[in-house]
Ligand binder design. Structure first.
Ligand code: 13P
Length: 339
């Protein structure tokens, strides 16, 4: 097995998932402001280090996605962040896109940028300790959107990104995120997610990307946040598994969902239901940002010197999501806070 195929497997091995801690400085500043903490390089690394040095990292987190600032920061023990992550048995990843910008030709939609100079940046990130990467494309659902242009141009960029990352001997996480905003129902989300995924894999194939050395990070198939027709976890799981089975090549080793604005419990419960009925070859796991960090951040903001309870909360969330990868999560486990 090639090195990158090995890395992809390791990241999601035995009930592990990914901690997406790659919020850009702008996004992190918003997250910190929501709990009334000033955003400085010091507060940003302090919160992140609290999570990266929690016990839960060892058994439940196979990879951590970082932002450019973080991969260059030193931790309180003097170790670099990638060294700290490695010492917990986890693998360092890095967000390499430079954000979603207005799409020329369809100005209400977005195209993700970051291809210029990417080869050189990848080589630098490899030397800093990264072994996998992330690139996120976003798609809005409305009557008119996403347009064919948004679907095709983002798929093309994702494929060029993935090919460059594999050339640099790292695993590309391919993240086409169909956003939850809107009043559409679950069927519409299923239809759009299917179109988006189909186009992505056509482009990845054209660019000779080795599917076995990739991880897909998709949205779950959900009704829009303003939809009148809610869906329960069983329906969400059914539609999500069907969509992935129909559109993702079976060589892809693992799928790690984003949480996308679901609550912590929703994200855990939906993943659990997905794994109950997972009859595919894919490992189905998590790559959560908000759904792993929200409660921990709230707790941390009460007293940023008391890292112990913050770590307990993070350990618990990671463990609950790990249970879900085995379809072994339940509400009663959720309530045993000290396990
Ligand atoms: P959320 O789980 O908060 O959606 O973040 C995942 C992510 O990395 C988005 O790009």
């Amino acid at each position: 097995m090639s090195e990158i195929e090995n890395i992809a497997k390791q990241i999601l091995a035995s009930g592990k998932g990914i901690l997406a801690a790659d919020e850009s400085t702008g996004t992190m500043t918003k997250r910190l402001a929501s709990v009334k903490i000033d955003s400085t390089p010091e507060t940003r690394i302090k919160f992140r280090e609290t999570l990266f040095s929690a016990e839960g990292m060892k058994n439940y987190i196979g990879g951590v996605i970082l932002y450019d600032e973080t991969i260059r920061q030193k931790t309180s023990s003097g170790k670099t962040v990638p060294e700290l992550i490695k010492s917990y048995g986890s693998i360092t990843g890095i967000k390499v896109d430079t954000g979603a910008k207005i799409l020329a030709g369809s100005p209400n939609e977005k195209i993700t940028e970051g291809l210029d100079g990417l080869r050189e940046r990848l080589s630098e990130y490899y030397n800093l300790g990264a072994r996998f990467t992330k690139w996120r494309a976003i798609y809005n659902i409305s009557e008119k959107y996403p347009s064919e242009l948004a679907i095709k141009s983002n798929a093309h960029a994702l494929a060029r990104y993935a090919a460059l990352v594999q050339e640099a001997k790292m695993v590309p996480i391919v993240e086409p995120e169909v956003l939850m905003d809107g009043d559409h129902d679950i069927n519409k989300c299923y239809e759009v997610t299917s179109r988006v995924l189909k186009e992505c894999y056509e482009e990845l194939k054209i660019h000779n990307v080795n599917f076995k050395g990739t991880i897909l990070k998709p949205n779950m198939v959900l009704p829009g946040t303003k939809s009148k027709n809610k869906a329960n976890a069983e329906e969400i799981a059914k539609m999500t598994v069907k969509c992935l089975k129909e559109n993702v090549p079976s060589e892809v080793p693992g799928i790690a969902f984003l949480s996308g604005g679901q609550t912590e419990i929703e994200a855990t419960q939906n993943l659990n239901e997905i794994n109950k009925i997972n009859n595919t070859n894919f490992i189905m796991s998590f790559s959560y940002g908000r759904a792993l960090q929200q409660s921990a951040l709230k707790d941390w903001s009460k007293n940023i010197k008391n890292t112990e309870t913050t770590q307990k909360i993070f350990n618990h969330r990671s463990k609950m999501n790990s249970f879900s990868t085995f379809a072994k999560w339940s509400l009663s486990l959720e309530n045993q806070k000290n396990t």
